[in-house]
Design a protein around this ligand. Structure first.
Ligand code: MSP
Length: 657
């Protein structure tokens, strides 16, 4: 019988030399789901990759004296190494610089243009470079990017537009008819109420102000908007639009796109609209997980609070870190990362509960039976309850995993771990062993514990790629019939004459006090290296001094400063900062925009003599040319004061020397 397919994706990551534990969280969760589905017999396609285009990458590469491709080649190698360290079992790694991807994105763009879903116009809006997103004035929060809180710049440029508005009602209808589409459910309400119902505007889908991206094939001055480029990866990776699209035919639609909550908007609105325009089915689900936060704030390289997964894996091993991430935080919600919580979990859940269970059981079989149980077992009064608990645990884990409630699944598994430890306390092997007539009961008790350990070893396989084998080797369990998912539903799979050899300690107990200091120091050291590296990269090149270089009088004379009289000053519709001034220089009048609205009311400037950088290259602002710049003093807090002449009536048009 043909296997059922399962297509799961992570977001494609921005290339960075410092992916942190927050980034790893998303990939570890997706990997766990992929492993689970493989274990359940699905034909799985697990896609991850890198999102390499855009102005931000272009700028970083320039600052490091590299081409964007040289820069991304370098960091992508590091990203792949990190995924190997974390045992990420992806089936395909896509780079948006891959040839086939670029070609298909161009095709998609052309198709949408040809069919009228993309049209050419001009765009004016506030752009956040780090987020690669445009915002309207009312979307800004205190004049800053609503997503990351950073400064935005006002851009006006010729652009192609995607008719996003056309798909608004269809997307709302789709979401309402398919409550499973966007998970957790709260995210669906957020999308409908905050974005879809207020109305979608058509989306600017090309840029002309930089080069690093997929060129629009029929208008190469334009670069495809990075989110259109990036989202397409989910289908280009499968060969969509190429001669061999067999993977696409097999795996599309995706079963689930796993994404962080801040990029749900792109996946739940833009992506479905693109797919509708392409007449393709929508992904079955988008799961928007929460963030790993530190002291309530998002982990971020610029804040300098990132935790390097390599430091954690080197100290505690990959399985402990994967366990912690998925157990500590309910998938879908934010969760705080603390060193204490990590060590606490390792000590209590892994060393005490699981590690201890395995080592004492193998140890008792060695000690009481020379490492091999006899064939004859006699039931104890506690067996049925343990068997029943194992059965319900498997069922509950399946339910939790279908909903991607990883933490719930682990809670269920650890309830079984603890129940098995309790079973040992109930059957008291250390008492039974003293009575020769109880040997068959003792053998039965240890067999039951070993069976439970076998089942646990299967249940944790998706989460912990290395521990199951270390557990099984101690009970001579070979990979095969006794380690399939289905085998967890049958009690008594192990041979009665079970052999055991005590092996390595699965998770050594950690001295919390000593370790906290060491871990803290290791994390700080890695943060310091990362900051130092960043500063090194940003250091001025060659012999450029840190402070502005001295200039000669000839240099200074290149700047022509003039006294001008402000004769009109008005607000600019749609701008919080700008005033549109008309400034008179003798007989000449010029329009000069100035970002001083926060400090000066429009009327306040009229009649003032201001100092203007007169020969500055004219610049388009808010759709109109601005000729020069009114000079202002600015203190450290961003407070402004215009430069004026001491004589309030000084002749306008006078030069400054
Ligand atoms: N390139 C886009 C995705 C395009 S997908 C078509 C992007 N890249 S990213 O590198 O910034 O983020 C990748 C993933 O890491 C996102 O899902 C993001 O939410 C996740 N995380 C980054 N920091 C995180 C935490 N601190 N906690 C949890 N996940 C976080 O967005």
């Amino acid at each position: 019988m043909e296997k059922e397919k399962f297509y799961i994706t992570t977001p494609i990551y921005y290339p960075s030399d410092k992916l942190h534990i927050g980034h790893s969280y998303c990939t570890v969760a997706t990997d766990t789901m992929a492993r689970y589905k493989r274990l359940r017999g699905y034909d799985v396609m697990f896609l991850t990759g890198t999102d390499e285009h855009g102005q931000k990458i272009e700028r970083i590469a320039n600052s490091q004296n590299m081409t964007p491709k040289q820069y991304t080649d370098k960091v992508v190698t590091g990203i792949k190494e990190l995924w190997d360290t974390l045992c990420i079992s992806y089936d395909k790694f896509i780079r948006t610089t891959d040839d086939y991807h670029v070609k298909t994105v161009q095709k998609i763009f052309k198709q949408l243009y040809d069919q009228g879903d993309i049209y050419k116009s001009a765009y004016e809006g506030w752009y956040c470079t780090p987020c690669e997103s445009f915002f309207t004035e009312h979307q800004l929060v205190d004049g800053k990017c609503p997503d990351c809180g950073r400064d935005v710049e006002l851009l006006k440029e010729e652009s192609y537009f995607f008719r996003l508005s056309k798909y608004q009602d269809r997307i709302i209808k789709y979401m309402e008819e398919n409550p499973e589409f966007l998970q957790p459910n709260t995210r669906q309400n957020e999308m409908i109420n905050n974005f879809l119902k207020p109305g979608l505007e058509d989306l600017a889908v090309s840029r002309t102000s930089f080069k690093w991206g997929v060129p629009v094939e029929f208008d190469p001055g334009h670069i495809v908007y990075v989110w259109v480029d990036a989202l397409s990866n989910y289908i280009t990776a499968l060969g969509y639009g190429t001669e061999d699209d067999s993977l696409f035919q097999k795996f599309w639609p995706a079963d689930v796109h796993v994404v962080g909550k801040e990029i749900v908007r792109f996946h739940a609105i833009i992506w479905p609209a693109m797919l509708m325009a392409l007449h393709l089915p929508l992904p079955k689900q988008i799961f928007g997980h929460g963030w790993l936060v530190i002291n309530g704030g998002k982990m971020s390289k610029s804040v300098g609070n990132v935790v390097d997964p390599n430091v954690l894996v080197n100290k505690y091993g990959v399985d402990a870190i994967r366990y912690f991430l998925l157990r500590e935080i309910a998938f879908g919600q934010d969760g705080n990362f603390t060193n204490e919580a990590l060590i606490q979990r390792i000590n209590s859940d892994l060393a005490n509960d699981l590690g201890n269970l395995v080592s004492r059981t193998a140890g008792m079989i060695e000690k009481y039976f020379d490492g091999q149980l006899p064939e004859t077992h006699t039931a104890t009064a506690f067996d049925a309850e343990l068997q029943e608990m194992a059965k319900t645990t498997v069922a509950n884990v399946e339910t939790a995993m279908e909903k991607m409630f990883f933490s719930d699944a682990l809670i269920e598994i650890w309830n079984l771990v603890r129940r098995t430890n309790k079973y040992i306390d109930e059957t008291q092997p250390w008492i039974l062993c003293k009575d020769e007539s109880k040997k068959a009961e003792l053998a039965n008790a240890l067999y039951h514990v070993a069976e439970s350990i076998r089942i646990i070893s299967v249940l944790i396989t998706p989460f912990m790629p290395n521990t199951p084998a270390k557990m099984r080797v101690q009970f001579c369990i070979e990979e095969g019939e006794a380690t399939t998912w289905e085998s967890t539903k049958t009690w008594g799979v192990l041979p009665k004459a079970l052999k055991a050899v005590k092996g390595e300690t699965l998770f050594p107990r950690i001295d919390m006090k000593k370790e906290l200091a060491e871990l803290d120091a290791a994390i700080k050291a890695s943060q310091a290296t990362s900051i130092a590296n960043q500063q090194k990269k940003e250091e001025p090149k060659h012999n450029e001094p840190e402070y502005p270089a001295e200039i000669t009088i000839d240099d200074f004379c290149k700047v022509q400063l003039k006294v001008g009289e402000v004769i009109e000053s008005a607000e600019v519709k749609g701008s919080k900062k700008l005033l549109r001034n008309i400034v008179k220089f003798g007989e000449e009048e010029r329009v000069i925009f100035s970002g001083i609205k926060g400090t000066y009311a429009p009327g306040e400037l009229v009649g003032k003599r201001v100092v203007v950088a007169y020969n500055l290259k004219p610049r388009k602002m808010m759709g109109e040319m601005s000729y020069g710049m009114i000079l202002c003093a600015e203190d450290g807090d961003g407070k402004l004061s215009i430069l004026t002449t001491a004589d309030e009536n000084f002749a306008s048009g006078s030069g400054i020397s």
